[in-house]
Design a binder for this molecule. Sequence first.
Ligand SMILES: Nc1ncnc2c1ncn2[C@@H]1O[C@H](COP(=O)(O)OP(=O)(O)OP(=O)(O)O)[C@@H](O)[C@H]1O
Ligand SMILES: [Mg+2]
Length: 360
Amino acid sequence: MHHSTALPISISAVTKAYGAVHALKGVSLDIQAGEFMTLLGPSGSGKTTLLMAIAGFTRPDSGSIRFGDQEAILSPPHKRGVGMVFQNYALFPHMNVARNVAYPLKLRKVAKAEVDAMVAEALETVQLAGYGDRAISQLSGGQKQRVALARAIVFKPRILLMDEPLSALDKKLREHMQIELRHLHEKLGMTTVYVTHDQREALTMADRIAVINHGSLQQVDTPRKIYESPANRFVADFIGESSILPVVRDGNTIRFDGNALKTVTAPPDGPLALMIRPERLAFVTDASRDEVNTFAGNVLELVYQGDSALCYIELSNGTTVALRANTHAGGPLDSIVEGASVTLGLHVADTVLIPAGRDA
Ligand SMILES: Nc1ncnc2c1ncn2[C@@H]1O[C@H](COP(=O)(O)OP(=O)(O)OP(=O)(O)O)[C@@H](O)[C@H]1O
Ligand SMILES: [Mg+2]
């Protein structure tokens, strides 16, 4: 399938209220041409509202949405050149697969002779060649999802919007489709905005992730930056597992339980907290290495999870921290038991200080 030129999207100070509910509180976001941007946030955070505003199904109260150098905010959905996969597919149950996929072409008054070829091409792209005559009710969840996708891409949109397209699928199929969608994006090259509330899905698929909470963007960054340098406590909590511990600023020194913490970057201004990812923490025997911060504690609980084990350790100041341990033979689980006194090591590069505030 050949692709038309991708377009950048520039969202500026967009607001939307439903009565007293402020669904979007001044969202600004620049998405590059051909970029795969994931919009990640909890239920009710405003993801669908923002996607519907980009597609043209929702009119913002204020702000601007530009595709390239063109203001889109006043143009109707079918004039925006945007393909959309809705939360829950929204297929027409009384039409067969081919007629569902052909629908956007009819809306755009494409000639019949062309329609058949374009539908066949779209179905082939999503690996449903030959399924045109099937009724929607005769499809599995994953096949319905692919029909919705074929309908979104059949007219070769310059922008593709997807709202939690995989949420109805089981874990195996979802993970398979994540990779398939990523490959499809690489092949077609469309600017893509992908909504999910699943943090692992966002980390897997996105070029950049925009984290949203209560209608406000919290951070826009690469998956690695979002995971390793969260902008605030909300982002640190929402993406991945973390222990967030209190620290005290003492001039230029940051102290945890009285001890100076070694870090590689200067901490942000204002009240701080220490964020520890469980897999970055390790049991150590030698507590004197320069490149690690060490903590003494007691093992409270061990939770065996097959590929790894989660260990909860109470530190000397009474706070609890989680450590993810390897389960391989000869690893820490051979010697660590509940109640043991242990020393934990955290590499200075993994010692991340974040603003203590909950939200942006
Ligand atoms: N048509 C509407 N009328 C009134 N309130 C609405 C309407 N649509 C959305 N809202 C409210 O706006 C807020 C944002 O909703 P939105 O659907 O954008 O959330 P979401 O992030 O997509 O959530 P989910 O993950 O559950 O799909 C919510 O508080 C929701 O109840
Ligand atoms: Mg939604």
